[in-house]
Design a protein around this ligand. Sequence first.
Ligand SMILES: *Cc1c(COP(=O)(O)O)cnc(C)c1O
Length: 429
Amino acid sequence: MQVILASASPRRREILARIAWPFEVRPADVDESQHAGEDPEAYVQRLAGEKAVVASRKTPDALVIGADTSVVVDGRVLGKPADAADAARMLADLSGRAHRVLSAVAVARGGHVRRSFLGRSDVKFRKLADAEIAAYAASEEPLDKAGAYSIQGGAGTFVRAVEGSVTCVIGLPLEETAAMLEELGAASPLAELPDEAIALRWRSVAAEVAARAVACGRPAGSVQLVTVTKGHPARVASAVVAAGGRELGENYVQEARDKREFVGRAGAGEDVRWHLIGNLQRNKAKLAAGLFDVVHTIDRFEVAAALAKDAVAPLQLLVQVNVDRDPAKAGVAPEAAAELVGRVRALPDLEVVGLMTVGRAGASPEGVRATFAALRELRDALREKGHESLRELSMGMSGDYHAAIEEGATLVRLGTAIVGPRSRAARGG
Ligand SMILES: *Cc1c(COP(=O)(O)O)cnc(C)c1O
């Protein structure tokens, strides 16, 4: 079934690419003024509905998504600022306190709204200095944003905390919109996404990862997104680089070699860092040392020693820890990590930069969180013992990166959320 987005917002377009593909963008022209005395929640829901219905009348057979996002402070709605002075007034209004972000979504078909959802999130701003407000208001960023800021952009440092959905704050509540579209029979994204879809999805996930860091009081740039394209053709890795991705993760040495060649031939990739996130056998260490910038999966001294023999530039290593002592998983036992870190740190041309773990598949949200918290505590304990080079925590995959970021991840490894499901023929992981 055809899917239409009745909104011109680039952020919504990026988020929708993670839910539906293909779709068309046909912004609906509706009068966006608030009725006298109209309650803010009623207002955003009415606008989302009107946008969906207006566009749906033109294409009655399609599923049409209308959306509206507003910032509410003291019961007043802050829409998009008219100019820089208006933006500065809005930011001064938000400074030093909490406001509510409302994101309404309506899905119409045949000229009627069939499903709708109202997302509510609370955002706390720290006190802003006048100079900060003036500088941000004078930039391009606030002009097309409700409330004059973008959490994933330059206003990230203004935010102290977010309670509620991060994608609601960005402008389209992801899970709820996906559920509505599924109920109404929209097809889920293809397994082999075209480059355009991959670019939109990469940008959306990168913005969301930054916003999630901000939402738990961390700097926007404190979590690096490693995009995992294993099991997908090399073209997919190239599309990620073209979209702006500079950290690529691979599980298999041979596959990484092919992709590096491909990305290099496409004229990009000079500044791409390649991360090995799969198990490394000692007999592949020579090849791996020449291909990768970061190896996340060191759990035996012998493999690190073999890498040290052929390391060119200082190769960065992370020690993989089997936090849950799962016999099916790689990694050293937590109590053996200190000794391994110490021995590997003594090797030349290597830098041990952190710890890595894989969350338990199918664990409860609390269980996943406990695994990640334990890795953070282990890293902190090792730093106290003098291993201060351990800065990084590589944890979080498509199914559990929300919790990982909240527990301090500095590297998240995401495949499916960005490039879609791997084909069944692709080797596991
Ligand atoms: C495959 C893989 C990922 C990416 O998994 P998704 O669920 O597709 O995000 C991350 N880390 C490791 C170790 C992997 O093997």
